[in-house]
Design a binder for this molecule. Structure first.
Ligand code: MG
Length: 387
């Protein structure tokens, strides 16, 4: 009991509060003890919108943008704060408005124990269908909270070996040859680069990158190729250029073409847009070689873990990916990295206004730390000066 009380004091000191007007701060004084007593047994949810600023205009086969909206979430319990985040790239259909509307409907008063994770996640599905990023924000905050209560990071609670994290890739969006070369130089510490293809200058993009680096490449087409024969010819050429796998080459609804391509491709074909939740994995396991799991697509860490398990049972490759996100959601996803064949967790590195310190990339790999929960700390200046 004594050590738990000490931990509560410690956690309130180190976690601070990003959104708080009633932050439980300081340690041992009578007013903060009183707040803890009042809040005991209550899961208190708070959220606020935030706009991520991208370092470069980000262009893929279907869109272009310079900012990404996110919702920052906190769940406080017994004086401990868990952080979560929803990221809403526009093509997924969620927004500040939709996430705020969803979170306003979430009533956690029926749950007195954050460890009732399965029940709480099931409850979120009854609040509204879809809204996966909004659901992920609650799921991530609860995982962070539970890990902090137990004083363990989630990769340890899941029994995952942190030495088995894969290399993570750095994404090069579509751009002019000069900017592409600059981005390749920025990615110096990465051992794999992810290249966005799917327009009419694909070979030029690869040749530009090959003029400055020999690193292995993976390619994300974002459904951009329209003809399966052209796609197969391109994959053979890409294989000769040191590409190791292809992500979502054709439209997710072109199931027959995709199955044919996977069957004939010399490289693994990964599903991204074609796989969202646990239920999709079984449906597409004969169509693709593997799946790209993202917390914002599937509703959070709990579902992501289930998807990875199912993919492995079905003999599929597993990739853990991300949207443009702060170190909050990236560090949450990184807890799963030892389960993955490949990681693509660079979303926090593509922005200029991160709010957290979290997972680091060391020698090209995801480096998990001993920090509890999802493994993040609020950057000092944001504790007292929320924007
Ligand atoms: Mg993708």
């Amino acid at each position: 009991m004594a050590s738990r009380r000490n931990f509560i004091k410690y956690s309130s000191l180190v976690t601070g509060s990003l959104l708080s007007s009633i932050a439980v701060s300081g340690s041992g004084n009578s007013s903060s003890d009183q707040i803890r007593k009042i809040n005991k047994g209550v899961l208190k949810l708070k959220y606020r919108p935030y706009e991520l600023q991208l370092n470069h205009i980000f262009t893929i086969a279907t869109s272009s943008r310079k900012t990404t909206p996110v919702m920052l979430v906190e769940i406080e319990y017994d004086g401990i704060i868990g952080y979560g985040e929803a990221s809403m790239p526009p093509y997924l259909g969620e927004s500040h408005k939709s996430v705020a509307e969803f979170l306003a409907k979430v009533d956690l008063s029926g749950f007195s124990d954050p460890f009732d994770l399965e029940d709480i996640i099931q409850y979120l599905d009854t609040v509204a269908v879809g809204n996966y990023a909004a659901k992920a924000s609650v799921d991530i905050a609860l995982h962070d909270l539970i890990g902090k209560i137990l004083q363990r990071p989630w990769h340890k609670l899941w029994g995952l070996n942190r030495n088995k994290t894969p290399n993570t890739s750095f994404t090069i969006g579509m751009d002019t040859p000069e900017i592409i070369k600059e981005k390749v130089r920025e990615a110096d510490s990465y051992k794999i680069l992810k290249v966005k293809l799917g327009r009419d200058n694909d070979k030029e993009m690869i040749s530009t990158i090959r003029s400055v680096t020999n690193k292995p490449l993976c390619v994300d087409v974002n459904q951009g190729w329209k003809d399966r024969n052209m796609a197969l010819d391109m994959i053979h050429w890409l294989a000769s250029q040191g590409v190791i796998f292809i992500e979502q080459p054709m439209n997710k609804y072109s199931v027959d073409d995709m199955a044919w391509l996977t069957q004939n491709s010399p490289l693994p074909i990964m599903a991204d847009e074609a796989v969202q939740t646990v239920n999709d994995v079984l449906a597409i396991h004969t169509v693709y070689s593997g799946i790209n799991i993202k917390l914002m697509k599937c509703g959070g860490m709990r579902n992501a873990h289930k998807m990875a398990d199912m993919a492995k049972i079905l003999g599929m490759k597993v990739m853990i990916g991300c949207m443009t996100e702060t170190s909050c959601a990236i560090s949450a996803a990184a807890q799963l990295a030892p389960l993955a064949d490949w990681a693509d967790l660079d979303g926090n590195l593509l922005i200029s206004n991160d709010l957290y310190e979290g997972v680091k990339i060391v020698d090209g790999k995801v480096a998990l730390s001993d920090l509890p929960g999802i493994g993040i700390k609020l950057i000092e200046s944001h504790k007292t000066n929320p924007t």
